[in-house]
Ligand binder design. Structure first.
Ligand code: NAD
Ligand code: IPM
Ligand code: MN
Length: 353
């Protein structure tokens, strides 16, 4: 029997509520399959832990996590702890230390999911965002000079290395080639005259190895407009860290909402564990009320199954989500229902069985 060792960081706010359903669903899948099982180890890291210890994770947290096959993360962030501390010392440090340079985020409208756009067919919104996940605008490089003085200056660097750009762009080309889809690069070279000129140059350079892949290149402002006006233009999309962050929340808004948006942080070489998470935050406005939609977490569980080679089960989970959506019987309030987080998780289990 294969054992997949998963580190669970449920985190803050609605994190523990949605992760409980994700774990339940993964255990059910393993039980039904019979050839593999999950061994979950829970870590109490997050903002409560910070308030008690002054740290977001244990001092040897990265070392501890490195022994796992994958990480399943809920959400991080709580009122009372500055976001730049809570996120940098937990989520972002994991993405960087484990070189999870691919952030794979499906923006796919499932049957039954609400879409605020008019005249859009379900199949018109079917994109895969590949977001650079370790550098760019999130390099964490900069300085704060003359703090609190009238001549205060703040500098936040964007760091775009050749290796960093090439590897994410190549990954996107490979995916487009494998799936027979077009590839769109989203950048902003008209204003960002170093970083994005370089990005565009590398997109063209790497593209020479993939003559069969149809490519498009948009400025990020125009791309945001086209995602609303004509979403079917986009199939595989590759973009920088910050643009990918923003555009995938926009993507979530047109594909059913934050409660349905999943993401995988991948280290493709598998030298380090990859991390699977819903892309939403800790949603303090609804935390502790059983209102959180667990379907984004279930979708990220599906990505985890894909990553471990159980694509049939990954696909089955997406089908179950779609069945729950089209039934319209057991849905959380964000999707117009009255069901609790747990009831939606139970419904997925029922569909699986
Ligand atoms: P958010 O994603 O937590 O919430 C935005 C809105 O979406 C809220 O109205 C919330 O109720 C709703 N929402 C989110 N997830 C939902 C779900 N599963 N079901 C139903 N509704 C859902 O974003 P925010 O309010 O900007 O951030 C809150 C905190 O989370 C901040 O501390 C932020 O830094 C952090 N954050 C963490 C992550 C992460 O851990 N991956 C991601 C984004 C934000
Ligand atoms: C996401 C989140 C994070 C990001 C934050 C919480 C640092 O918004 O995963 O989309 O910007 O990457
Ligand atoms: Mn985000």
């Amino acid at each position: 029997m294969t054992v997949h060792k998963i580190a669970v960081i449920a985190g803050d706010g609605i994190g523990p509520e949605v992760i409980a359903e994700g774990v339940k669903v993964l255990n059910k899948v393993a039980e039904l399959d019979g050839s593999f099982r999950f061994e979950f180890t829970h870590f109490p890291w997050g903002c409560e832990y910070y308030k008690e210890t002054g740290r977001m994770m244990a001092e040897d947290g990265i070392e501890t996590l490195s022994k796992f096959d994958a990480i399943f993360l809920g959400a991080v962030g709580a009122p009372g702890v500055p976001d730049h501390i809570s996120l940098w010392d937990l989520l972002l440090v994991i993405r960087k230390k484990f070189d999870q340079y691919i952030n794979l985020r499906p923006v796919k409208l499932l049957k039954g999911a609400p879409c605020p756009l008019k005249d859009v067919a379900v199949e018109d919104i079917d994109m895969t965002f590949i977001r650079e996940n370790t550098e760019g605008e999130y390099a964490g490089s900069g300085s704060w000079l003359f703090k609190d003085k009238p001549n205060e200056v703040v500098i936040q660097d964007g760091v775009f290395s050749r290796t960093g750009c090439e590897r994410v762009i190549r990954y996107a080309y490979e995916l487009a080639k494998k799936e027979g889809k077009s590839l769109t690069s989203i950048s902003k070279a008209n204003a960002l005259n170093y970083s994005m000129v370089f990005w565009d140059q590398i997109f063209a350079e790497v593209g020479r190895d993939y003559p069969e892949v149809k490519t498009y290149s948009y400025l990020v402002d125009a791309a945001s407009m086209f995602m609303i006006k004509d979403p079917k233009r986009f199939e595989i999309v590759v973009t920088s860290n910050l643009f990918g962050d923003i555009l995938t929340d926009l993507g979530a808004a047109i594909a059913g909402g934050m409660g349905l948006a999943a993401g995988a942080n991948l280290n493709p070489e598998r030298k380090f564990p990859s991390m699977f998470e819903p892309i939403h935050g800790s949603a303090p406005d609804i935390a502790g009320q059983g209102k959180a939609n667990p379907l984004a977490t279930v979708w990220s569980a599906s990505q985890l199954l894909d990553f471990f080679g159980h694509e049939d089960w990954g696909k089955r989970l997406i089908d179950c989500i779609e069945e729950v959506l089209t039934d319209e019987k057991v849905l959380t309030p964000d999707l117009g229902g009255t069901a609790t987080t747990q009831e939606v998780g139970d419904e997925i289990i029922k569909k699986l069985s």
